[in-house]
Every structure is written in structure tokens, then in C-alpha cells.
Design a protein around this ligand. Structure first.
Ligand code: HEM
Length: 496
């Protein structure tokens, strides 16, 4: 047995932290040239074994529970933010039950109700936000500009709270909830992952904001129970209030509160950056914007220019151009570049992935982290034609690479998946995994497509978009891969 090769570094504790932190994808590609698909680097004293390519993803995402643990990798970051007794503060089988509870809230019936709500929020935002001043003026030929990431971040939290989070959260956004959210978010950064407890103001603010937010949700759950508030309808809180564990115990108020915080954090940055990158590409390639607009007119036009009828969820889901544009943005800009697990008992690396010689295997020892980066496979020129080019039409090629990659990936998606114990399927070995794979796979994918799709459709109906100076670079210093400044988009209103 031998250890995977260690990436060369000058300083023992710091290791490769700086190169990884500045540009993980480039760092992985350089290491792959030197060491192959499996190598270990030092991240502030931690030993992290990277496994690249679809087989590498399979190794990490399809790993056995007895060998690899997500909770041990993430709990120091997530528990102070989400709170106790949920997600990575509980054993894996409890998380699996909690994911099932959340899936109940992500129902078709709820999704049908959400489309109109999202359209409505986006329209109000465009009519009132100061960035869209020219949109609100009489001169239709006037060009204005907006900061893509700021605008999408606001629209995302407005629409997520109006739909999943519930009316009380939506109403609170104009008040203290927004500040608490910002403070909590300030404690959800790569620094918090690396150094769970520093005597810094941002950590104190995080803890205070968590407490206040947790109390806020508990209070609103109680008000619903006593009938003082009847905002229930289609949101996640209402769904969670109906659920109980296999042993018959109902979810406690705190658990519901903490799951709601977890969902807020899981969905906000991932969806807002995906929306931003999608919009940036549309602005960069006006022909994509026109294709999307045409799709809207053909499906929802009333015959009067600039007038559209509302979309249903089923119709939104079946728009090929919109779907492909979002899928392609997620291919080049998956929000999560590193998926980690902590090794809890020595794991052999399959020889088909990497081996020191034909008679021996690598072993990743207990105490190491393993890391999978689907982002690398998603732009691998050995897999994808013009791999860095944004080309949504690749998803239309019958049985092209994209179709096949999506098939293996999608096998695991949708209703067939059993998030119960030991359910792992072949989707763990696919070159397209923006939502991960295996037991920790995302359950928010359909909601994200609905949210981003309805946002983009509403914007495209109303605005022409342009980008000057080309696509912005990736900023990897944030938890989720965001665009670097400047990322302003120019816009012009299409109609009165
Ligand atoms: C897990 C990506 C939106 C809830 C994941 C994972 C990825 C991911 C890569 C796997 C993490 C791992 O294996 O360590 C994304 C992307 C999104 C998105 C790209 C949007 C474009 C959402 C939304 C929600 C959500 C909107 C909630 C409504 C979750 C949950 C998990 C998860 C509950 C499971 C964590 C686990 O089992 O350990 N997501 N996500 N995500 N995501 Fe998402």
C-alpha cells in the first residue's frame, strides 16, 4: 500500500493553500499534468486527496458511509450557521430522513403555485428598483445598466422567500430579517471552513444572527400552531410541520427552524450565482437572448406585441432553449467547485482510477479529506467539444456527449432516487454533476430550475441585454464561485 503523491510545496503548514484558494480549477489541472488524477495537497495543515474525472467523482461521491463522512468535513462550518440537530450535526441516517421531509415540501403542487409568484416578484422589482431607472422611464430607446450579481442576489432572496420560505419571511425581508441574513452569511465563508472559531467580530455577529433567526422561525411556527398566523398554504414550513421521523417523533420547532435556515443558505448563493452567470452569457451573446425571447413569444405571446400570458410550471419545464441555457451555464460555472468528505477509515483507491504500479494500490488514510471537483470534468476538452465555449445547442445534439453525460447524471435524478440507506447509483460516475451525486446529492435542483427559469423568462420578456468587455473571470474567494467585478449588464426595454 502506498500514499497518493503529494503536491510539491515550500512551506509545511500552508502547503498549496494559496494556489488552491486563488484558482482551484487551474491548480487541479496543473497537478493533474504532473501527478495524474489522484494527488494530495496541503490545505492549512489538512491533507486533502483530490480525485479527478468521472472515476474520481465516483470514488468520492459513491464512497461508503463507513469510510467517508460529509458531516465530519462540514459540521464546523455549517452547524454554527444552520443550528443544532439538523443536516451535518446529526448522523447520516437522520440527514437522509430530513432530506425526505424537505422533498415533501418540494412538491409539484407547490411548484405550480410558485411560477406566478416569481413572475410577480421579478416584475415588481424591475418596476421599482433604482438600478432599473431607465426601465421605468418613457424613453424606450434609453440604455441603462445594472450590477448583475447584486440584482440577481436580491431577486433570488425575494423569490425564495415568497415561495419556499413563506410570507412571514418575505415580509420580514424589508426589516430586520435582511440584516440578520447578511450577518449569518458573513459567517459562511471559506475562512469559517478553515478556521471554525476565531475571536473576530464576524464570528460573533454570525452567532448572534443565528440565535435571532432561529427564534424568528420558532416564533412564526408557534403563531401558525395557535392560529395567530394563517400564512401556511404552499410553503416549506407548512410541509415540515406535518412530518415525523420513522420512530414516530414529530420534528421539533427548533429542528424546523434550523432546516429552514439550512435551506435558505443552500439555495441562496447557488441559485443567485447560476442566475447571474446565465444572464451574463445571454448578454454576451445577443443571439441567445433572441432565441429565448422567440421561445417566449411562440409559447406565451398573446398576439399583441409585448403581451404574454402567464406560464404554468409544466410549460416552463418544457422550454428547450431556456432549459439548455441554464444547463450550459451550470456546466461552465458550477457554483460548488469542491465537494469534500473526511476519511474515517483507510480507503483504497480503485486501481482503475489511479495506482502506483500494477501490483499495488494507493490508500487514503483515516484523517485525510477527499475532494471531488465535477467542475474539472465539466470543462474537460477530452470530453466536451469546444469545452470552454458557451454553446447551449450542444444539449440538442441527439446522443451527443452532452446528452449522454446528462443521461448518466439524470438516472439518479428525479423520483426514482431513494435517499434511504445505501442508495447509490451510477450517476456518481458522470462528467456532468453540478448538483453532486450519491447520497448527498442536491434535492433543490427542480426548485432551482423553476426559480432561475421563471426569473430569466420574465427578464427576457422585458429586456434586451448586452455585455461589454467580455465575460468576467471567476472569483474563487467566495464560498460559491461568483463573477469578479466588473459584471455590469447593459439593458434596454423591449416594449412599453
Ligand atoms: C446538496 C448544488 C440549489 C438544497 C448539494 C450538492 C451540490 C449542490 C453540489 C452536493 C454537496 C455534497 O455532496 O457535499 C446546488 C446547486 C444549486 C443548488 C448548483 C442551484 C443552482 C439548492 C436549493 C436547495 C438545495 C435551491 C434547497 C431548496 C440542498 C440540500 C443538499 C444539497 C438539502 C443535501 C446536502 C447533503 O445531503 O449533504 N447541492 N444546489 N440546493 N443541496 Fe443543493
Amino acid at each position: 500500500r502506498s500514499l497518493p503523491p503529494v503536491v510539491f510545496h515550500w512551506f509545511p503548514f500552508i502547503g498549496s493553500s494559496i494556489s488552491y484558494g486563488n484558482d482551484p480549477i487551474n491548480f487541479f489541472l496543473k497537478c493533474r499534468e504532473k501527478y495524474g488524477d489522484v494527488f494530495t495537497f496541503i490545505l492549512f495543515g489538512r491533507r486533502v486527496t483530490v480525485a479527478l474525472g468521472p472515476k474520481g467523482s465516483n470514488f468520492v461521491l459513491g464512497g461508503k458511509l463507513a469510510q467517508m463522512s460529509a458531516e465530519e468535513a462540514y459540521t464546523h462550518l455549517t452547524t454554527p450557521v444552520f443550528g443544532k440537530d439538523v443536516v451535518y450535526d446529526v448522523p447520516n441516517e437522520v440527514l437522509m430522513e430530513q432530506k425526505k421531509f424537505v422533498k415533501v415540501g418540494l412538491s409539484l403542487e407547490n411548484f405550480r403555485a410558485y411560477v406566478g409568484m416569481i413572475e410577480n416578484e421579478v416584475t415588481t422589482f424591475l418596476n421599482t428598483d433604482s438600478a432599473f431607472r431607465t426601465f421605468q422611464m418613457d424613453d424606450i430607446n434609453e440604455w441603462g445598466s445594472f450590477h448583475s450579481f447584486r440584482v440577481l442576489a436580491e431577486i433570488t432572496i425575494l423569490t425564495a422567500s415568497r415561495t419556499l420560505q413563506g410570507k412571514e419571511v418575505r415580509n420580514g425581508l424589508d426589516k430586520t430579517f435582511a440584516q440578520r441574513y447578511n450577518d449569518l452569511d458573513g459567517g459562511f465563508t471559506p475562512i469559517n471552513f478553515l478556521f471554525p472559531n476565531l475571536p473576530l467580530e464576524s464570528y460573533r455577529k454570525r452567532d448572534k444572527a443565528h440565535q435571532a433567526m432561529s427564534d424568528f422561525y420558532v416564533d412564526l411556527i408557534r403563531k401558525r400552531k395557535t392560529g395567530e398566523s394563517n400564512e401556511a398554504e404552499h410553503d416549506m414550513i407548512a410541509a415540515l410541520m406535518q412530518q415525523s421521523y420513522k420512530n414516530g417523533r414529530e420534528l421539533s420547532e427548533r429542528e424546523i427552524a434550523h432546516i429552514m435556515i439550512a435551506l435558505l443558505m443552500a439555495g441562496q448563493h447557488t441559485s443567485s450565482t447560476t442566475g447571474t452567470w446565465t444572464l451574463l452569457h445571454i448578454a454576451d451573446k445577443p443571439e441567445v437572448g433572441e432565441a429565448l425571447y422567440k421561445e417566449q413569444v411562440e409559447n406565451f405571446g398573446t398576439g399583441i406585441e409585448g403581451e404574454f400570458r402567464p406560464m404554468t410550471y409544466e410549460e416552463l419545464k418544457a422550454l428547450p432553449v431556456l432549459d439548455a441555457v441554464i444547463r450550459e451555464a451550470l456546466r461552465i460555472h458550477p457554483p460548488i467547485h469542491s465537494i469534500m468528505r473526511k476519511v474515517i477509515s483507510d480507503v483504497p483507491v480503485p486501481p482503475s482510477l489511479s495506482a502506483p504500479s500494477k501490483d499495488s494500490t494507493f490508500v487514503v488514510p483515516k484523517g485525510y479529506f477527499v475532494l471531488s471537483s465535477p467542475a474539472v470534468s465539466q470543462v474537460d476538452p477530452r470530453v466536451w467539444r469546444d469545452s470552454l465555449e458557451f454553446d447551449h445547442t450542444r444539449w440538442f445534439e441527439d446522443d451527443g456527449v452532452a446528452q449522454q453525460a446528462y443521461k448518466t447524471y439524470a438516472d439518479e435524478n428525479g423520483e426514482k432516487v431513494d435517499y434511504g440507506f445505501g442508495a447509490i447509483s451510477k450517476g456518481t460516475e458522470s462528467p456532468y454533476q453540478p448538483f453532486g451525486a450519491g447520497r448527498h446529492r442536491c434535492i433543490g435542483e427542480q426548485f432551482a430550475y423553476l426559480q432561475i427559469g421563471a426569473i430569466i423568462a420574465t427578464i427576457v420578456r422585458k429586456l434586451e441585454l448586452r455585455l461589454e468587455g467580455g465575460m468576467p473571470a471567476h472569483n474563487y474567494h467566495t464560498m460559491i464561485t461568483t463573477p469578479k467585478d466588473p459584471c455590469d449588464i447593459r439593458y434596454r426595454r423591449r416594449h412599453f
